[in-house]
Write a protein that binds this ligand. Structure first.
Ligand code: S3P
Length: 429
């Protein structure tokens, strides 16, 4: 299924329950492994990235009873992990390698972590530096900049750390190390990244406090097993939201979607563009806000401007926002988004390259893109760049383009949303 053809949609209607949240699924497995007792994770995301986290914790001696969408995890407490017998392969998953490194830094054994070619080209100095300041001994490729890297863990000291970039992965890696470090670890971000760790860790018993852009964690508290229900992933729902808005006559109800405000910047931008998005049945599930979201096809979306402060809350939605911009009236400008060059692919370059093939006028900046909307997208042979979110965004572009668009390396969707094309086919049939 590596080359997929998508034809212009004459219909796009129905109900979709997006796959479980990827960020929350990773954290549920990690925190349950570090807690004492039998943890339950319901509605766990079955996808390549989250399975990398499962494999990693099994390699560290944690028993996970895999019941499909439910995992039963026999947590061994903060000090129960054992030295892995082999290199831990984190696949394509930045969340796995970075958060795991925070844990490994504090554990008194030797470990080596690596990943696929994409992950091995993503920056790791952003975690290696603060974890080394805490006392971890880490040696990585190219002067501690890239995986693979080896960690000799041990006792850590608390630090106060000003993060140079907003990143939930870096913040969470330091917080996890902070669970073990003597004293109180304080982290400050330049702007707020997703806060799933801050919501979930205290539920397990951690002594963690948030104050604006700062988070502190005090060591010395054991974690205790919990039952976690993972909500649907807003970042996966986003592809259906934008597709529904752009396809004439579309009507889509998205059920059980996480709407944590650190994740839903796309809704604010789409509403500024004139989109009518209905959020209904808001409730709280395992400490996270959840809702049903209704979108329907509409004409006359207007261009938007996205600035640096808005970027963290829509960091993973940039590719699909580019598709909305490609159909909006006027020129959408997205700046302050240089972090996007460091994701599973260089997402600024990938979207500029692929949308250009479809006849969209755009300009690439070091930190973003400007995109001038057009009435008609040209069908083309496009490529996912091995990146799940580029594959899904270009599929949505294919649904609104003339004729038939072909996407190569489309199997990348399995990183976060293995059934993506099945869901698309169901709504267009
Ligand atoms: C994630 C954080 C974000 C996001 C990634 C998942 C997480 O990365 O892009 O898809 O689960 O913490 P950064 O924290 O590096 O920006």
């Amino acid at each position: 299924m590596d080359r997929i053809e998508i034809t212009r949609a004459a219909r796009f209607a129905g109900e979709v329950t997006p796959p479980p949240d990827k960020s929350i699924s990773h954290r549920a497995v990690m925190f349950s492994s570090l807690a004492r007792g039998k943890g339950v994770v319901r509605n766990f995301l079955r996808a390549q990235d989250t399975e990398s986290t499962m494999h990693a914790f099994r390699a560290l001696g944690i028993e996970i009873d895999d019941q499909g969408h439910t995992l039963i995890i026999q947590g061994k407490g903060l000090h129960g992990l054992t030295e892995p017998a082999d290199i831990i392969d984190c696949g394509n998953s930045g969340t796995t390698i970075r958060l795991l490194s925070g844990v490994l830094s504090a554990n008194p054994f030797f470990s080596v972590v690596t990943g696929d070619s994409s992950l091995r080209s993503r920056p790791m100095a952003r975690i290696i530096k603060p974890l080394s300041l805490m006392g971890a001994r880490i040696a990585g490729r190219d002067q501690n900049r890239y995986a693979p890297f080896a960690i000799s863990g041990g006792s850590l000291k608390a630090i106060s750390y000003d993060m140079p970039m907003a990143s939930a992965q870096v913040k969470s890696a330091i917080l996890l190390a902070g669970l073990y470090a003597g004293g109180s670890t304080l982290i400050t971000e330049p702007s707020k990244s997703r806060d799933h760790t801050e919501r979930m860790l205290p539920a397990f018993g951690a002594d963690l406090k948030t104050d604006g852009l700062s988070v502190s964690i005090h060591s010395g508290k054991e974690l205790y097993a919990q039952e976690i229900d993972v909500p649907g992933d807003f970042s996966s729902a986003a592809f259906f939201m934008v597709a529904a808005l752009l396809i004439p006559g579309a009507e889509v109800m998205l059920k059980n979607v996480g709407i944590n405000p650190t994740r839903t910047g796309l809704i604010d931008v789409l509403r500024n563009m004139g989109a009518h998005i209905v959020i209904d049945n808001v409730r709280s599930v395992s400490g996270e806000p959840v809702a049903d979201i209704f979108c329907k096809g509409q004409t006359g979306l207007k261009a938007a401007t996205v600035t640096a402060e808005m970027v963290p809350s829509l960091i993973d939605e940039f590719p699909i926002l580019c598709i909305a911009a490609a159909r909006a009236e006027g020129t959408t400008i997205i700046r302050g988004a240089e972090e996007l060059r460091l994701k599973e692919s260089d997402r600024i370059k990938a979207m500029a390259t692929e949308l250009s093939k479809m006849g969209v006028a755009l300009e690439e900046f070091p930190d973003g893109l400007s995109i001038t909307g057009t009435e008609t997208l040209r069908p083309a042979e496009v490529d996912s760049h091995g990146d799940h979110r580029i594959a899904m965004s270009m599929a949505v572009a294919g649904l609104i383009a003339e004729g038939t668009t072909a996407i190569s390396n489309a199997s990348a969707v399995a990183i976060s949303f293995p059934d993506f094309f099945t869901s698309i086919r169901r709504l267009t049939a």
